[in-house]
Ligand binder design. Structure first.
Ligand code: NAI
Ligand code: MG
Length: 366
């Protein structure tokens, strides 16, 4: 009698190893009656190409479109370096983002107290850090037309990319960000370059308009370059940062590295609410890739994957308490001194993927 559906796409490389740890948590919470998830899984990336010659089959795309949330591992690897461009593993991700209309990319940067000394910044600057970067994912300079290299004929060429944003694109991402700010620290920074970009002027105008609907959120404008500087100088001044595709790509990577390893970083991508049910299409995935260098060794850090699942609980299903509990279990095992190889520290116990997953599950059960 499951009412909520998850579609799991473990993908390639460590994707399958870390997804297995999430499945154990789902099985536990279903057995406890804390969740009522029905789960199905499919193939994405290189494994799908090997099975049916496409990075994702139509059948699996249809399942992804029907599911309440897609939980995605990672795709790719050297084995598929020479497959045709439109069939390469990453094509699965692009197809999912496009067909699910995932325009809002949520990238948290959380500094677990146990890892504060592993940051590139001083402990006092990052301890307790909890930022959420909301990046516009389907517009801007990565997609705007014209996008080409033209031959100028005199031995010169011109490379052109076009930064375009329409009002509705800015409005909808701003609303996602303000809604999230309401559930958190009630503070939002919007980062653009309105000093030199017309698209930035419009960005600011539209976000300021949306801000009027959110009197409870403190609104701040910041220039994107200053935002990068402030993230490194004093990151705890931020709560939610909303920004465009290009600046978001860079700022989210900067914020991520304040907190430690790639193996720790979750993400979410959300679409527009369904006009009838109000539910958003959504996909949750670790920031990292398939890590072919360590795949099959049982040493990958499952935390980014498990934290991505916690984001699904929070943002797709409103299960705030269980999400807090999963994140608390992650913080707990780190506080106990468990480390995977990527975050190994002296005088701490280095464990493999399954041991880390089992320790997190044990904390959840406790
Ligand atoms: P990567 O993120 O897979 O790995 C970078 C480095 O971080 C490697 O040394 C890896 O061992 C380490 N690492 C990553 N995740 C880890 C984890 N959970 N635990 C411990 N260590 C971890 O990026 P790379 O090497 O550039 O790409 C490898 C493949 O993944 C490529 O085929 C690439 O196209 C693909 N990729 C896929 C993504 C996705 O599915 N969303 C995102 C990024 C890359
Ligand atoms: Mg990036």
């Amino acid at each position: 009698m499951a009412t909520n559906s998850l579609f799991l796409l473990p993908g390639d490389g460590i994707g399958t190893e870390i997804m297995a740890e999430v499945v154990k948590i789902i099985d536990w919470s279903n057995a406890e009656g804390l969740t009522d998830f029905s789960t199905d899984s499919g193939l994405a990336g290189g494994c799908a190409y090997d099975a049916h010659g496409e990075a994702i089959s139509e059948d699996d795309m249809a399942k992804a479109l029907k599911a309440d949330a897609v939980i995605f591992g990672a795709v790719g690897g050297p084995k598929w370096d020479n497959v045709p461009y439109d069939k390469r593993p990453e094509a699965a991700l692009l197809r999912l983002r496009k067909d699910l209309g995932l325009f809002a990319n949520l990238r948290p940067a959380i500094c677990y107290p146990a890892l504060a000394d592993a940051s590139a910044l001083k402990r006092e600057l990052v301890e307790g850090l909890d930022i959420l970067i909301v990046r516009e994912l389907t517009g801007g300079v990565y997609f705007g037309e014209p996008k080409e290299i033209i031959d100028l004929g005199d031995g010169q060429k011109r490379g052109i990319d076009t930064q375009l944003y329409d009002t509705y694109e800015i409005d909808r991402i701003a609303r996602v960000a303000f809604d999230l700010a309401l559930t958190r620290g009630k503070k939002l920074h919007s980062a653009d370059k309105k000093n030199v970009m017309k698209s930035g002027v419009l960005w600011d105008e539209v976000v300021r308009g949306v801000a009027k609907d959110y009197a409870d959120v403190s609104f701040n404008h910041i220039l994107a370059d200053n935002c990068a500087m402030q993230l490194v100088r004093n990151p705890k001044q931020f709560d939610v940062i909303v920004t465009d595709n290009l600046f978001g790509d860079i700022l989210s990577d900067v914020a991520a590295m304040l907190t430690g390893s790639l193996g720790m970083l979750p993400s979410a991508a959300l679409g527009a609410p369904d006009p009838v049910t109000g539910k958003r299409k959504a996909m949750y995935e670790p920031v990292h890739g398939s890590a072919p260098d360590i795949a099959g060794q049982g040493i990958a850090n499952p935390i980014a994957m498990i934290a991505s699942y916690a984001m699904a609980l929070r943002y797709s299903f409103g299960m705030t308490e269980l999400a807090d509990r999963v994140e608390g279990a992650i913080a707990g095992v780190l506080a106990d001194g468990l480390r995977s190889a990527d975050i190994a520290q002296e005088n701490r116990k280095t464990v493999g993927t399954q041991e880390m997953g089992a320790a997190i599950l044990a904390k959840l059960k406790a």
